[in-house]
Design a protein around this ligand. Structure first.
Ligand code: PLP
Length: 417
């Protein structure tokens, strides 16, 4: 049975106190905490077999190379990729998306070509396309969202045409929690010959994700949001698709032969990994994947659906609280953005922190979505496999205290609130 309370014990940081009270960590959409197994994998690499990969013939280099490539193979299995050659290790989701814009977009897109995005994208799936649009005259189009927080597909036929070369869409919104119908979008995109890139930064950590089921060509995600270290991300690509990319960064490791005036390039995946990679963090990411696979992603998702329904019910009892995004926990992840009437989200975040509750406040790198919602910012609580109902109770009581504080402050100031 999935037991979040038992699982938490494997995360040393969750024992921490802040401001003299136990930490309630509800900022998992920003980054997750790391289990002891991941911390051990890092220490083990640096204390036993620290060496550069792919270039040494000594024992340590061979061990490091084997561990690094084993991590890649684990990642491939975790997302149902046919083999490790389609798994490119990057710094993060942002770099993975930029890699597509630089290595594919600059080579293949021309003036008049279209890239279809959505109004709920994170800046990392907007800005790389802005740069490309400015350089190459590519037209950017956007799927809007409904008032309930779903993608509005009513005008998809008009948005998706034979001019569309790429559909790049988030699988799960980092603000609304909405889980988008990526499979359907991929089918429709392929009908007009467009390629499909999925931003899996929020979905891969929290849902079972299989690239064959999704039908996508490319998938980007980050280790640090799924129990692994910062500094490692993934661009998965169907090898036939990656073969059409130009090299991204040039240098060591990504070549076959180098002459004074030209080079030939290595096979996949190394062609896209110039220079010494982030060996330790990639190996520890492999340990994070083992941890998640050991629990089972179906179980992780089930736990989060239960927590999200519990949280939506409890939060809807708080007077003056506006919750954004779909109401149905089956169609959303454990990310809940909200605003408390009369309290700026930054003040809310600061006061919650005083009570030990870590949430995020701001635009969440989704300014176009904030405009669509008609707010400058929101607070956001986000859960993970170690989050408990008791922690959600602490969030709710803390919100009540914040309200009380503001009501009393308002009364003291002699104004009606
Ligand atoms: N896409 C989404 C949906 C995200 O939530 C995030 C991070 O918050 C990113 C992309 C960017 O991830 P990273 O900062 O790891 O590159």
């Amino acid at each position: 049975m999935f037991d979040a309370r038992a699982i938490r014990k494997q995360f040393p940081i969750l024992e921490r106190q802040v401001h003299g009270v136990p930490l309630v960590y509800l900022d998992n959409a920003a980054t997750s905490q790391k289990p002891q197994a991941v911390l051990d994998a890092l220490t083990d690499y640096y204390t036993r077999y620290n060496a550069n990969v792919h270039r040494g013939i000594h024992t340590l280099a061979e061990e490091a190379t084997a561990a690094y490539e084993a991590a890649r193979a684990r990642i491939a299995r975790f997302i149902g990729a046919a083999g490790p050659e389609g798994v490119l290790l990057t710094r993060n989701t942002t770099e993975a998306i930029n890699l597509v814009a630089y290595a594919w977009g600059r080579r293949h897109l021309r003036e008049g070509d279209e890239v279809l995005l959505t109004e709920m994208e994170h800046h990392s799936n907007l800005v790389p396309w802005h740069l490309l649009a400015a350089e190459q005259g590519v037209r950017l189009r956007h799927i809007g969202i409904t008032d309930e927080g779903y993608l509005d597909l009513s005008n998809l036929d008009e948005l998706l045409t034979e001019r569309t070369r790429l559909v790049s869409v988030t699988h799960m919104s980092n603000v609304l929690g909405t889980i988008n119908p990526v499979r359907l979008l991929a089918e429709r995109a392929h009908q007009v010959g467009a390629m499909v890139l999925v931003d899996g930064a929020q979905s891969v950590p929290h849902l079972p994700v299989d690239v064959a089921d999704l039908g996508c060509d490319l998938l980007a995600f980050s280790s640090h949001k799924m129990l692994g270290p910062t500094g490692v991300g993934v661009l998965y690509g169907r090898p036939e698709v990656l073969e059409t990319f130009s090299p991204f960064l040039g240098g060591g490791e990504m070549i076959q032969e180098v002459y004074l005036d030209h080079s030939t390039y290595a096979d996949l995946p190394h062609r896209f990994e110039a220079g010494t990679p982030n060996i330790a963090d990639a190996i520890a990411f492999g340990a994070a994947i083992d941890f998640l696979s050991g629990l089972g992603m179906e179980q992780v998702r089930e736990h989060e659906v239960a927590l999200t329904s519990y949280a939506l019910r409890a939060l809807s009892q708080v007077d003056g609280l506006t919750i954004y995004g779909p109401q149905d926990p089956q169609h959303r992840g454990g990310v809940i953005a909200f605003n408390l009437e009369g309290v700026h989200p930054h003040d809310l975040g600061t006061l919650l922190d005083q009570m030990g509750v870590a949430v995020r406040a701001g635009h969440h790198c989704a300014q176009p979505l904030m405009r669509r919602l008609g707010v400058p910012a929101t607070a956001r609580a986000s859960f993970y496999l170690y989050t408990t109902e008791e922690e959600i109770d602490v969030l709710v009581t803390s919100l009540e205290k914040v309200k009380e504080f503001f009501v009393n402050a308002g009364r003291r100031a002699g104004r009606a609130v």
